[in-house]
Design a protein around this ligand. Structure first.
Ligand code: EPU
Length: 431
């Protein structure tokens, strides 16, 4: 298995380019099933999650051609309505096949994805939305079975305990594009990735208004057609690079990202006193003297502070003087990285859904274990600020969502190497 060896780092310097957004590309790939015509997608990141999704699309009947890196041509002439467990279990986001299958096939059998380390990931809101679209939904043998022969648009309130749902909104919007009548979706997710999906659906001929707002109105059409679409930039990757610049006191220009996609995140870094220059499509992090200020953060649905940048901000806050409180409202258990940061010398305690971080810790390199995608990123960021070498195991989590992470960061001066676990000093290997 691959591991990262990361060495304590001086300032990173240079330009780093952001790739296509994983969380936009996944539902967008699923949406290609809504038409029998060819859809051309650009700026698709090269990630293991994309490979899982393409594998499922091919299983369902899609033909996938990659004429050049980052570009996929997908044609789904004849498809089936079944997405089996052995494919779906590899990736929770495969649940967003439900919407397109329901819309196009008027039936779906999609295995319910298994558990997830960041906490329960229920799909009750997806099911509620489908029922409101007059579908018959049953759960049996680990599958969601949907009979959508009588599908019909109508009013739907899709909010849950934690507010809106990203893939739930994607599913219901996709299902409604081909449902007779008008669907008025309230408490829709406003994440830029949902906006990107809706923009692509409009290019395919869907009728959607209110895009980017919590109220979407979808008027069903008879048929959707092929289109060309370029996936938006990955705001979470961009935010991770911003913190890499900040934690090393570097001078890093993160290119290919509109700062407005990262409003709440940049606001917090500004409050922390990080000097930055914001352009139309770049964020430049500038060096600073002394310590950054502590910040208190609560994760919320967009436009609030994103949960997917919570762990990385925590890593930065281990280096500021004072106490920070990070409260996780989307996935209250998303603190699996904390015990690993503690092994590196961080002073963090967990109180309910909050991490209380006592900053200015002197971190030192240690063997640590990545538990999920964003936790992996947080450990690498902390390792930049640590003295000595940090060995990070289970980095397959990182490969799900960060494209060529170590190459991009090495190019601006990071000491990060991908090695095999057999290269690790024997006494550091996990059992
Ligand atoms: N929820 C319900 N019922 C549902 C669906 C969601 O109660 O039927 C709850 C969840 O338990 C959670 C909240 O609603 O507390 C929000 O979940 P959401 O459905 O929005 O999450 P998701 O669509 O499963 C996407 C991203 C996640 C990201 C979340 C929140 C994709 C493929 N995944 O998940 O990304 O954390 O939105 O922004 O888009 C990541 O990239 O590392 C990642 C985990």
């Amino acid at each position: 298995m691959d591991v990262f060896k990361v060495s304590g780092n001086g300032p990173l310097r240079g330009q780093i380019k952001v790739g296509g957004a994983k969380n936009a590309a996944l539902p967008i790939l699923a949406a290609t099933l809504l038409t029998d015509e060819t859809v051309v997608l650009r700026n698709v990141p090269d990630l293991s999650d994309m490979r899982f999704m393409l594998e499922i699309l091919r299983h369902v009947g899609a033909e996938t051609v990659q004429p050049e890196p980052g570009v996929w041509e997908i044609t789904s002439k004849k498809i089936t309505h079944v997405a089996p467990y052995d494919l779906v279990r590899k990736m929770r986001a495969s649940v967003c096949l439900l919407g397109p299958l329901v819309a196009r096939m008027r039936k779906a059998e999609v295995s319910i994805p298994g558990g997830c380390v960041i906490g329960p990931r229920p799909i009750d809101l997806h099911i509620k939305g489908l029922k409101k679209l007059n579908c018959q939904v049953e759960i049996a043998n680990g599958y969601v079975h949907v009979d959508a022969s009588e599908i019909q648009g109508g009013p739907i309130f899709l909010g849950g305990r934690s507010g809106s749902t990203v893939t739930g909104t994607a599913n219901i919007v996709m299902a409604a594009t081909l449902a007779p009548g008008t669907t008025r979706l309230e408490c829709a997710a406003c994440e830029p990735e949902v906006v990107d999906l809706c923009n692509m659906l409009v290019k395919m001929g869907a009728k959607i208004t209110g895009i980017g707002s919590p109220e979407l109105v979808i008027t069903g059409v008879e048929k959707l057609h092929g289109c060309e679409h370029s996936v938006i930039a990955d705001r979470i990757e961009a935010g991770t690079f911003v913190i890499a610049g900040a934690i090393t006191r570097g001078d890093v220009t993160v290119k290919g990202i509109a700062p407005k996609l990262l409003g709440a995140f940049l606001d917090k870094l500004e409050e922390a006193g990080l000097p930055m220059e914001l352009g139309e499509d770049y964020i430049r992090v500038l060096p600073y003297e002394g310590s950054l200020k502590t910040v208190d953060v609560v994760t919320l649905p967009h436009p609030g502070y994103p949960t997917d940048l919570q762990a990385q901000l925590g890593a930065l806050m281990t280096q500021t003087e004072g106490l920070s409180i990070i409260t996780e409202r989307i996935y209250p258990n998303r603190f699996m990285h904390v015990p690993e940061l503690q092994r590196m010398g961080a002073d963090i305690s967990i109180e309910g859904p909050s991490a209380i971080i006592k900053g200015a810790s002197k971190l030192s390199g240690a063997p640590v274990m990545a538990s999920d995608l964003r936790a992996s990123a947080a450990l690498i960021l902390a390792a930049f600020a640590a003295e000595g070498d940090t060995w990070i195991q289970r980095i397959y989590h990182l490969d799900r969502g960060y494209e060529r992470f170590e190459q991009k960061l090495s190019a601006i001066g990071a000491k990060i190497e991908r090695l095999k676990d057999t290269d690790m000093p024997k006494e550091l290997l996990e059992d």
